[in-house]
Design a protein around this ligand. Structure first.
Ligand code: UD1
Ligand code: F6R
Length: 331
């Protein structure tokens, strides 16, 4: 039920502090003063040893679920030390890409019924990989056919555009990275900081509403390899420049965009507004800073709201975009 909201998408965006709390419930253990903070994923505990021994972890999914995995990849590589590769399910099948017994294949799917992802799962099972599911739907085909997995417990998602499932998927994958990383002393401080940040996340998510304009995603490092040619005073550009290891790179991109008179909206960490407006005027959205691997969970919210308001303003159906289905059960 939509309750006080006009659309399911709007409801699901605003629900994220609660859906993330449910995703983490019973799975994060803060412990007492002398007890280390840990993660407990019931569905994986008997399989962690096998996962840690695998030669490669492959994330497989479609659409938004694929993108959630892309956001989680760095932390999984950092904490596990295992190479992580990415596969769009249909592309893996079209290529018949190699998969081995020594691989752990992680299938990310909100519905658990997406045909392409399901076909890729059958393919990985035939090739002998350990198959792990990250699904939102208990009893779904992907949840049943994987060897083990984690339910993201975000609650039913009705809007076709994935919002709360995306943030819960990232949080589960960060917890997966913590679980695989185990108790290595070298990364203990990092792990504890991430767990602390996970506890804080639902509170940090109470970001104010914004209504802006359309954007196309480009990595900072790619700007000078082409997209810079498109920039002029008419092109609205949304720059994500929250504080992380690439911040100085983003700052120089912002200066280049200012120099070409781009119409910038810059998303930055609280307190960084002054440093991103050097060299030209722009609109700024300050967001709370969290542990870098969880920053995508915060940064997506203004973008979700942007997509929502833009769609409503243009008079389109936000819960059921034309030509799309919530669950794509054909190839
Ligand atoms: C489980 C219970 C939860 C209970 C908790 C108490 C279910 C669905 N979950 O949660 O209600 O509160 O124990 O300890 O009954 N799985 C897959 N593939 C997937 C997703 C999950 O194979 O894509 C498997 C898991 O390996 C596990 C089972 O399904 O065997 C349940 O997974 P999950 O709900 O994530 O486990 P818990 O969090 O332990
Ligand atoms: C877009 C969207 C789709 C799905 C994709 C995979 O917002 O929802 O891109 O993410 O069809 O669906 P699931 O996650 O159910 O496998």
């Amino acid at each position: 039920h939509k309750g006080k909201y006009e659309h399911y998408m709007q409801k699901e965006i605003h629900e994220q502090p609660e859906s993330l709390t449910t995703t983490m419930r019973g799975r994060l253990i803060r412990g007492g003063s002398c007890k280390a903070k840990t993660v407990l994923l019931g569905g994986l505990k008997d399989h962690l040893k096998t996962i840690r021994r695998s030669r490669r972890i492959i994330f497989i999914g479609c659409g938004t679920s694929y993108n959630a995995a892309l956001a989680a990849r760095p932390i999984l590589e950092e904490l596990s030390g295992i190479p992580v590769t990415m596969e769009i399910a249909s592309d893996l099948l079209d290529r018949q890409g190699p998969i081995y017994r020594e691989d752990t294949a992680v299938f990310v799917s909100q519905s658990g019924e997406t045909a392409d992802t399901l076909n890729a799962l059958e393919y990985a099972l035939e090739n002998g990989a350990l198959c792990v599911g990250i699904t939102n739907t208990v009893g779904s085909a992907i949840a049943r056919k994987t060897h083990c997995g984690v339910h993201i417990n975000a609650g039913a998602e009705i809007g076709v555009a994935s919002t709360k499932a995306y943030t819960s998927q990232i949080v589960v994958m960060a917890m997966l990275a913590l679980a695989i990383g185990g108790d290595a002393v070298s990364s203990q401080a990092r792990r504890e900081a991430i767990i602390e940040s996970l506890f804080e996340l639902p509170r940090a998510l109470k970001v104010k509403e914004v209504a802006l304009m359309h954007s196309e995603g480009i990595l900072a490092g790619e700007m000078k390899h082409g997209p810079l040619a498109l920039v002029d005073e008419n092109l609205p550009i949304f720059v994500i420049a929250t504080h992380d290891a690439c911040f100085s790179k983003q700052q120089s991109v912002i200066q280049q965009l200012h120099a070409r008179k781009g119409r910038l909206i810059v998303m930055c960490s609280k307190g960084d507004a002054a440093s991103v407006t050097v060299g030209g005027s722009c609109r700024v959205i300050e967001v709370p800073q969290v542990e870098d691997c969880l920053q995508p969970v915060i940064n997506i919210v203004p973008l979700q709201l942007l997509a929502y308001h833009l769609t409503v303003l243009r008079g389109f159906n936000v819960d059921q975009p034309r030509n799309l289905a919530k669950s794509v059960t054909t190839e």
